[in-house]
Design a protein around this ligand. Structure first.
Ligand SMILES: Nc1ncnc2c1ncn2[C@@H]1O[C@H](COP(=O)(O)OP(=O)(O)OP(=O)(O)O)[C@@H](O)[C@H]1O
Ligand SMILES: [Mg+2]
Length: 502
């Protein structure tokens, strides 16, 4: 067998930011037809590698070679020209433009008159999408598409240029199980065409499904690499974190108190109907369902982000009328959104400012804001949620994706709510920090906080919740109490495969 030469190599790459060594002496070889997983904790340096490969950051030291030839990328355009394409952690496409325009952005086909040849562009977009079996009309504006469809458009864009290296930074974070299957089918196809693929995820089941090779980073250094077939999940976790990790803390014994929240018949026009439940102090209520079951939408209705058409919300015996998030916050309800970029955080502000913004009144001493009190709260929440940052004033834009997510959770906890809705709180969070977040949720419940936990991860809901309600197609279809459930019954209710309810 001929061992093929790598398409791309990084050698001795280092990158520093003020106060952090994001990468130190990292080498990596990407071979044709292989999927290489980059694993590591939040802030380990994974996205920094991606940004160096795509010309967004320039390394301080080290060398990039493409097919043996040394290259330096002064801009994303250079990396693109060298055949490297990426699906970033944050989308970089244009919502207001069409699918076809996004695919050909920067290299639109032009006719003899040098005007954009629209029919040709549309046709070629169609053909590229067809190559990956994606059924997306090229004329649609990008904003009409789901996240999964946007990923497919980015892949079509990469194919339009015959990119040889395709990088995916947490591409599955917002996808449903069947969308993940579709994406992986496309990855398998790209592999068989001899392209090299980089895959970043915090989900080990995905890594073991799709990756051939791995490299593991810790604090910016490569601490391991090899073939996926030769390692176990426990070994990878140990390599990442530097110690073995209990993925789930034992559930705390918490005294469940009085009913705090009652929701009756919550409905909106199209996405959910008749959502009713109650919640007691110290209780963790899991809200399980497939992506698209209406869980987030219903909770956004409860929180006043989107209008409801019907429904009654009672908090501590008081009927509430929630027309906007400010009403919910004033009443003591917090909602931690899944999407940290759009709804969760202000990237241009520092960690402290983000954490204390929603509950500033708490820090007023006399006529002034007490900086010391803000700092103390930020430090305490930051540590409990294991936020990794150079310092607490650091701008959120400079934090890694997972650490931004932890700050968003801290921000809402700082409002000292009576009820908190956590929407996929551990999305994008590494295994070690996940355990810290779970432990902290348990601790808060112990202090009387009532929690609604929306999660698509069955082990998470079964590990933390006292009770689980399952939604399907906008309605509650089952309820289970702790100890009376099984994974099969919960999934069965969510997919409609079973009819069980406890
Ligand atoms: N522009 C920047 N300015 C300052 N520091 C930065 C910048 N970009 C990244 N960093 C720092 O570099 C380190 C590595 O970040 P990176 O985004 O590569 O982590 P990651 O492995 O992708 O983590 P995650 O799993 O959370 O996405 C972090 O400490 C981060 O705060
Ligand atoms: Mg990242």
């Amino acid at each position: 067998m001929i061992v093929s030469d790598p398409i791309l190599t990084l050698s001795g790459i280092s990158k520093r930011f003020p106060g952090v060594r994001a990468l130190h002496d990292v080498s990596l070889a990407l071979k044709p037809g292989r999927v290489t997983a980059i694993i590591g904790e939040n802030g380990a340096g994974k996205s920094t590698i991606v940004k160096i490969l795509t010309g967004i950051y320039r390394p301080d030291e080290g060398e990039i070679r493409v097919r043996g030839e040394a290259r330096s990328f002064a801009s994303p355009r250079d990396a693109w020209a060298a055949g490297i394409a990426a699906i970033q952690q944050e989308t970089v496409m244009f919502d207001e433009l069409s699918v076809a325009e996004n695919i050909f952005m920067g290299h639109m086909p032009t006719g003899a008159s040098r005007l954009v040849a629209w029919p040709e562009m549309r046709e070629r977009a169609q053909a590229l999408l067809k190559r990956i079996d994606a059924v997306i009309p090229p004329d649609f504006k990008l904003k009409r598409l789901s996240v999964a469809q946007k990923h497919l458009v980015e892949i079509a864009r990469a194919l339009s240029h015959e990119a040889q290296v395709l990088i995916m930074d947490e591409p599955t974070a917002a996808l449903s199980a069947s969308e993940i299957d579709d994406l992986f089918r496309v990855v398998a196809q790209l592999k068989s065409e001899g392209r090299a693929i980089v895959f970043i995820s915090h989900k080990f089941d995905e890594i073991f499904r799709i990756a051939d090779d791995f490299i593991c980073l810790r604090d910016g250094e490569k601490v391991g690499e090899g073939s996926i077939a030769t390692v176990t999940q426990a070994q990878l976790v140990r390599m990442m974190v530097g110690r073995p990790v209990d993925q789930f803390f034992p559930k705390r014994d918490v005294a469940i108190g009085e009913t705090v929240l009652t929701v009756e018949g919550l409905s909106n026009a199209t996405e959910y109907a008749d959502v009713s439940f109650s919640l007691r102090q110290g209780e963790i209520l899991g809200l399980y369902g497939l992506v698209g079951a209406g869980r987030s939408e219903a909770m956004q209705g409860l929180f006043g982000i989107t209008p409801i058409t019907r429904g009654e919300v009672t908090l501590e015996g008081q009927k509430l009328s929630i027309a906007a998030p400010s009403d919910a916050i004033a009443a003591g309800i917090a909602y931690v959104p899944e999407d940290r970029q759009d709804q969760g955080a202000i990237l241009s502000l520092g960690i402290r400012e983000n954490v204390t913004l929603a509950g500033l009144t708490k820090h007023v001493k006399g006529l002034f804001l007490s900086r010391a009190s803000e700092q103390a709260e930020t430090r305490s929440l930051g540590r409990k949620l294991s936020v990794k940052a150079a310092h607490w004033e650091q701008r959120l834009a400079e934090l890694s994706g997972g650490n931004q997510q932890k700050v968003v959770i801290a921000k809402w906890l700082a409002t000292r709510p009576k009820v908190i809705v956590l929407d996929e709180p551990t999305k994008g969070i590494d295994v070690g920090s996940k355990a810290a977040v779970h432990d902290f949720i348990g601790e808060l419940a112990g202090e009387g906080l009532a929690v609604v936990l929306i999660t698509s991860e069955l082990p998470e809901v079964m590990g933390l919740a006292d009770r689980v309600i399952v939604m399907k197609e906008g309605r509650i279809v089952a309820e289970f109490k702790r100890g009376q459930w099984s994974a099969e019954a919960i999934v069965g209710a969510a997919t409609g495969a079973g009819k069980e309810a406890a």
